[in-house]
Design a protein around this ligand. Structure first.
Ligand SMILES: CC(C)(COP(=O)(O)OP(=O)(O)OC[C@H]1O[C@@H](n2cnc3c(N)ncnc32)[C@H](O)[C@@H]1OP(=O)(O)O)[C@@H](O)C(=O)NCCC(=O)NCCSC(=O)C[C@@](O)(CC(=O)O)C(=O)O
Ligand SMILES: [Mg+2]
Length: 299
């Protein structure tokens, strides 16, 4: 398995692949991933120019460990195959499929990625795939999409196009996204892949943004698509385990290990009932803390 499949992806920041001011140094803001966009951020008559710019950016810029995902154009356009070839030839880490509606959509993209890896001398399996779900049909098929390919590391909700399809609109409250969000997280967890929330487009409403991120964190998402560096700190703050939670998780892991050896199944830690059901969650907190660079312990 590609070791990057489960890497930390709290923030996945979109940027127009054609704009030199955006693509030259986004790593300075330290998002976990950048998503170089060839799709909706790029005007129809600029698709070739954007692809050209993307290729040279990938070839020449050192993004310093920041994951480089390329959002290709839709499978109903004449652009997507050439988008994949340029992205893979340039050295991208992953392809984001927009408007994914079925497992078959992922499979046809995978076939092109496999061919491009061969053609451009990339290691087999080095390019991962993620699928953006932007329609009611896609949401209803989320589990099939999650299970469509070994290369698929996750799915992402795209709220703008999804609410258009649902015949509603983005309100900022999240009510219109509740069903899709819950369905997608459940599907992703059932398949063992990651799940990412949609962008929050009102850059002047940072309180609304914080509330949105807190909600999706509680729902079980792994991270969020974002559009601007100003949104990074809030997402990282909410998605990085707090020291008090890390310390509690360490106690839970140590106590479960100790009590198990003593033949004790249920007990309390800091006044809270603990049994084996809490073990994986505590381990996950510690792994997330390690990946986020805030772990000081020795587990
Ligand atoms: C919104 C705005 C124009 C505001 O610009 P502003 O310049 O006013 O912002 P400022 O804050 O003043 O910038 C301060 C400094 O940060 C730099 N800076 C800003 N943004 C940066 C960035 N993204 N990456 C690196 N650098 C950045 C900037 O260059 C400046 O640098 P400097 O001059 O050196 O100080 C800008 O952010 C932007 O273009 N965002 C990305 C938009 C985009 O790609 N949309 C498509 C994807 S969504 C979609 O398609 C819908 C979806 O599909 C979604 C789904 O899938 O979920 C669905 O269906 O819902
Ligand atoms: Mg969209």
């Amino acid at each position: 398995m590609n070791p990057n499949k489960k890497r930390l992806r709290r923030t996945m920041m979109f940027l127009n692949a054609q704009k030199p001011g955006l693509i030259k140094d986004p790593y300075i803001y330290k998002p976990d991933s950048i998503m170089l966009d060839l799709e909706d951020a790029v005007a129809e008559n600029q698709k070739d120019a954007a692809r050209f710019s993307l290729y040279h950016a990938l070839k020449t810029i050192n993004y310093r460990g920041c994951e480089r995902v390329v959002r290709i154009n839709g499978l109903d356009t004449p652009y997507w195959k050439e988008d994949i070839r340029c992205a893979v030839a340039g050295g991208c880490d992953a392809i984001r499929i927009p408007k994914t509606e079925s497992a078959q959509d992922v499979k046809v993209v995978e076939a092109e990625v496999v061919q491009a890896e061969k053609d451009f001398g990339r290691e087999e399996g080095s390019v991962l795939i993620m699928a953006a779900i932007e329609s009611a049909r896609g949401v209803m098929r989320a589990l099939d999409i999650c299970e469509s390919s070994e290369r698929l590391f996750g799915i992402a909700l795209s709220g703008g196009d999804y609410t258009k399809d649902l015949q509603t609109h983005i309100t900022g409250t999240g009510i219109e996204l509740m069903g899709a969000r819950q369905n997608m997280v459940i599907a992703a967890r059932a398949a063992g892949v990651q799940c990412f929330d949609t962008v929050y487009t009102d850059l002047d409403d940072m309180d609304g943004f914080r509330q949105d991120v807190e909600n999706i964190h509680l729902m079980g998402f792994d991270g969020k698509s974002i559009i601007n560096p100003r949104q990074i700190n809030i997402v990282h703050e909410i998605f990085t385990p707090k020291q008090k939670d890390i310390i509690f998780a360490e106690k839970v892991v140590r106590e479960i290990d100790t009590k198990k050896a003593q033949g004790i199944g249920v007990f309390t830690v800091d006044g809270k009932m603990i049994d084996i059901a809490f073990y994986d969650g505590a381990k996950r907190t510690i792994e997330l803390a390690k990946a986020s660079g805030v772990y000081k312990g020795d587990l």
